[in-house]
Design a protein around this ligand. Sequence first.
Ligand code: ZN
Length: 143
Amino acid sequence: MNRDNKGKFLKGSKPFFSEEHKSKISKGLEKAHKEKGYSKREKNPNWKGGKFKDVHGYFWVRVEDNHPYAYRGYVREHRRIIENSIGRYLKPEEVVHHIDGNKINNILENLKLLESESAHHREHFLEKTGFYKRFTDKKLLKK
Ligand SMILES: [Zn+2]
């Protein structure tokens, strides 16, 4: 292909992508973005390519399309980290607790899997009353 010294296409030389091809590409992208909701997310100031913070201060991360409990293709990051660690999807009733109380401190060592919201409440109660002892229920680790 002929370009001038500034990299511009020279008059008369044939561009690599025809106009028809270009419009097909942009239509395809538009369609893909609409289907995946990308256009909305890109307008969100918290959009950082696959990760964002919600109004409650939790991080969400993009997951595979066939994730059974994803919300619009996203799950909360602390849940995802546990999922990656134990090799299975968390059930909706299971709760991931932040040991240090900081909901954006999503390192594995700060996360604890609990079987239900009531177990989670018990956890907070035990922490408050000083009977807190870190444990992970072994039966929850089964696939
Ligand atoms: Zn908690």
